[in-house]
Every structure is written in structure tokens, then in C-alpha cells.
Write a protein that binds this ligand. Structure first.
Ligand SMILES: C[S@@+](CC[C@H](N)C(=O)[O-])C[C@H]1O[C@@H](n2cnc3c(N)ncnc32)[C@H](O)[C@@H]1O
Ligand code: SF4
Ligand code: SF4
Length: 444
């Protein structure tokens, strides 16, 4: 008889919640005569580690066995929760719904099902003219609320080589600052017609919002309507920080790359790292002075040249009590990715600095695309340029991929119609670049 595992089911559940998958895999290593409940935890940890196909196969087999002291409801519930944790809400939902079918009284399962469903304000399916088929909606990944992304500044002081502002001919795109009065009219229309009664208002897309001398006024206008405001900044500014923090935006992301002058300037071209750090301290002091609960976080773009600077930035964030999220840097805009997908030659030295060349991740997207799904950048966002015109989505940059209309001049459904007819979405889907769930596959 093999030794009983030196851990209880409760302890394994706690490890599961804490995403300690390697530890669970070690503890529940398959042995002869292993109890089925222990093998179940092994499969759950495999799913958490990204080996989802194998995990589901094993769990389906285990559901035929005696899992006592656990039940099959526990197995369905736990697998649903792990799949949700792993960012697979569509799959998670089917396991959770089976668990709820057998035991409708579990509040945690009901709450997870709600999180995994498309939000109530979305229809479950849409007919897309550009794909000539009906597509399914799902729980959006970027935000659980509808997003209005409003570029209050249609230009930037930096020239990051991975961003179209740094790698595209700027003569093609109009540049300027949004008038506060225009913004207030836009907000009033949003309040009146937004599908979601509490949409998120993002004050950026391809510009630097802190360059706007009235940025605090934009936040105040959003606050007056009781909505949430989101900003993202390169923080290369000399004024406006105190008044912005006094206005209490909901969320402020600080975008940077390196944690030293040299690496930073390579990927945030024209940027001054010392000024960014000075402003980070300024933000901390302003937050304390105004007793503000704005959520401030650093999104550190990770390239090969700054991989060894993650811990340095994490330490600075710890000292300043900011959250820190290292994010693999990607290349934009979508028009350039489409060219890469079409195997056109793009001569951009920054591509060699990325952790993975876009040609490689595009191939992976294409292999696993699930064309049943709608693109979240279309169904859950509206993007408005500084002059009040509307973009097809947040990822496109070229003038021909704007919708050619003013936000104030058309109602919500007319704007949706134009999005769902756009030929650029046809090309985007053809090359598997849409922002939508993939088919499951084991990821090591
Ligand atoms: C184009 S920026 C505009 C806002 C502002 N200028 C900034 O940089 O934060 C919009 C978002 O894209 C993100 N971003 C820009 N370049 C990126 C890259 N190479 N990899 C990952 N995210 C990037 C930024 O962090 C920011 O949140
Ligand atoms: S990523 Fe932001 S800071 Fe960099 S060029 Fe683009 S808009 Fe400017
Ligand atoms: S399908 Fe492509 S172009 Fe169309 S909205 Fe989605 S990301 Fe943008």
C-alpha cells in the first residue's frame, strides 16, 4: 500500500487558490494505488500550469471513478475555478454550470458563473458583415465593463519604437488636443446611450494624456457623472501631477521600460528616466497629501535588454507602494502586424529586442484561433480620437482605418454597424489577429 499523502484536501485547496501548482504537482505525483482524489489534484494543478488539454482528459476519466471523500460535484467545481483562474472563462463556465446543475446552492460557483458569462449589456451573438457569419460574445478580458477610450491628446512627446507614434509617418494622422467642452458633450452622449450603465472612461489611446493642460478637468468631468477614469502615462512631464492626483482618477498606469537611463532611453526614445522617477515620487507625495485612493501601477514593458531590471523596478514600486506588472513588450500598430503576418519585410531594429518576434506569436495565434468568436476590441470598446472622430478599434492607427464619422453625429447602433462592416476586420480575421479566445492547447 503506498503511503497516504502528508497533506489534507483543505491544504491542497488552499495551495490551489494560491496558484502553487508546482508544489501540488510535486505532492501529488502519480504513484501506483494513488487515491483518485489525489490524482484529481494532480490534474487540477496541470490545468493551472497550462497543460489544459491533458488535465481535462485526465479529469474526465477520474469522474468515472470513486473520488471519495470528494464528490464529482467537487471535481467539476474545482476544475471550473482553476480554468477561470487560468483565463479560460468559456471552458470554466461549462464545468461550473455542470457543478451548479448538481448543486445549485453553492454561492462561489454561482458568482464564478456570472464572471465567466458575457456581461448582461451584451447580446450573446452578433452577425458580422465583415466575416459574413454570426459570432459569439464572451466575457471580455480587458475589462468587465464597457470601455470608452478617448484620446484627449492626439500626439506624444516620446517616440517609442514599438508604438506607431515612434515607428509610423506622423504626417498621416491629425494631431491635437481635445477641447474640454467637446469631451463634456461626448460624456453626455455616453451617459445617454452606453450599453453598460457604468462604462470605464479611458483618457488615452495613441497619445500622452498628461500633456493636456486641463487633464484634471477631464477627470473631474468623469467624476461628476460617477464614472471611473483611467489614465496611462509615460510621466515625462514637468507639470500637472498635483492637480491630476487632487482630481482623484480611479486608475493611473505609469508606462516605462528599463530601470536605468540607458535601457529606458532605448525603448522610450526622447524619454528621461530621471524625470520619470522624480515624478513617481511626486505622485506618492501627492497621493499622501490628498489622501487619494487612486490605484497607481507601473506597467514595465519587458524586452531582452531590460529583463535583468525587473527586480529593481519592483523594489522602487514596493517603496512607493505602487503595484508593479512586468508586461512582455509587443509591437504596434495592428497595420504593421498585418504586414508581418503577410510576410512583408518590416525593417525595425526594436523587433530584435522583443522577447518573441511578432512573426512567431502571430503563427501561434493562427494555429489556435477559434473563429466562432467575436473580437472584444469591437464589441466592448469605442475609441474616440482627439477631434471627436471614431476609430475602428484601439489597435489601428492609419487614417483609412478610422470610421470617418464624428462620435456626436451618429448613435451607438450606427457606429456598431460601421465597425461590423469594416474591411480591415476581414483582413484581421483572415490572418488570425482578432482579439478573441483561442482553442485550448497545452502551453509549457
Ligand atoms: C500607446 S500608449 C498611450 C498612453 C501613454 N503614452 C503611455 O505610454 O502610457 C497606450 C498603452 O500602450 C501600452 N504600450 C505602449 N507600448 C507598449 C509596448 N511596446 N508593449 C506593451 N505595452 C505597450 C502603454 O503602456 C499604454 O498603457
Ligand atoms: S507608447 Fe506612449 S509614450 Fe511611447 S510613443 Fe506611444 S504614446 Fe508615446
Ligand atoms: S477584428 Fe481586428 S481590426 Fe477588427 S476590431 Fe478586432 S482587432 Fe480591430
Amino acid at each position: 500500500m503506498p503511503d497516504a499523502p502528508q497533506i489534507t484536501i483543505n491544504q491542497l485547496e488552499q495551495l490551489l487558490q494560491a496558484k502553487q501548482y508546482p508544489k501540488i504537482l510535486e505532492i501529488t505525483k502519480p504513484t501506483t494505488g494513488q487515491p483518485a482524489w489525489q490524482a484529481l489534484f494532480h490534474a487540477l494543478a496541470l490545468a493551472g500550469s497550462g497543460l489544459i488539454e491533458s488535465a481535462l482528459q485526465q479529469t474526465r476519466a477520474l469522474l468515472q471513478l470513486d473520488l471519495s471523500p470528494l464528490s464529482s460535484i467537487d471535481a467539476l467545481r474545482l476544475m471550473g475555478l482553476v480554468l477561470e483562474q487560468r483565463g479560460q472563462p468559456e471552458l470554466a463556465r461549462s464545468w461550473l454550470e455542470q457543478a451548479a446543475g448538481l448543486d445549485p446552492s453553492n454561492a462561489a460557483v454561482s458568482a464564478a458563473i456570472t464572471r465567466c458569462r458575457p456581461p448582461k449589456y451584451l447580446s450573446l451573438e452578433v452577425y458580422s458583415h465583415s466575416q459574413q457569419t454570426s459570432l459569439l460574445r464572451y466575457s471580455p478580458r480587458e475589462a468587465s465593463q464597457y470601455i470608452y477610450s478617448i484620446d484627449i491628446v492626439g500626439t506624444c512627446n516620446l517616440r517609442c519604437p514599438s508604438c506607431p507614434v515612434g515607428n509610423t509617418d506622423l504626417g498621416q494622422r491629425p494631431q491635437g488636443f481635445m477641447q474640454l467642452d467637446l469631451f463634456k458633450d461626448i460624456l453626455a452622449k455616453i451617459i445617454q446611450e452606453s450599453p453598460d450603465p457604468e462604462p470605464q472612461i479611458w483618457l488615452f489611446n495613441w497619445g500622452e494624456p498628461l500633456l493636456h493642460p486641463q487633464v484634471a478637468g477631464f477627470v473631474q468631468a468623469i467624476n461628476e457623472h460617477g464614472l471611473k477614469s483611467y489614465l496611462s502615462s509615460n510621466l515625462n512631464v514637468r507639470k500637472g501631477i498635483d492637480s491630476l492626483i487632487a482630481a482623484a482618477p480611479t486608475d493611473l498606469k505609469i508606462s516605462l521600460s528599463g530601470a536605468s537611463k540607458e535601457t529606458y532611453a532605448q525603448t522610450h526614445v526622447r524619454g528621461k528616466f530621471d524625470l520619470v522617477v522624480e515624478n513617481m515620487h511626486k505622485i506618492r507625495r501627492a497621493l499622501d497629501r490628498h489622501q487619494s485612493d487612486t490605484h497607481v501601477w507601473v506597467g514595465q514593458h519587458i524586452y531582452q535588454h531590460n529583463l535583468n531590471e525587473i527586480s529593481q523596478m519592483a523594489e522602487l514600486c514596493r517603496q512607493l507602494k505602487f503595484a508593479h506588472h512586468p508586461i512582455p513588450a509587443f509591437y504596434q500598430p495592428l497595420e504593421a502586424l498585418l504586414e508581418i503576418a503577410q510576410e512583408k519585410d518590416i525593417n525595425a531594429p526594436v523587433l530584435d529586442l522583443l522577447l518573441e518576434h511578432p512573426a512567431k506569436y502571430i503563427r501561434r495565434f493562427q494555429e489556435h484561433r477559434d473563429n466562432r468568436y467575436d473580437c472584444e476590441l469591437r464589441f466592448n470598446q469605442t475609441v474616440i480620437n482627439y477631434d471627436g472622430s471614431v476609430a475602428l478599434c484601439c489597435s489601428v492607427y492609419k487614417p483609412e482605418n478610422q470610421l470617418g464619422i464624428s462620435f456626436l453625429g451618429q448613435n451607438f447602433s450606427a457606429i456598431e454597424k460601421l465597425k461590423y462592416q469594416h474591411s480591415f476586420c476581414t483582413s484581421c480575421y483572415k490572418y488570425g489577429l482578432q482579439y478573441a479566445p483561442s482553442r485550448i492547447h497545452d502551453v509549457n
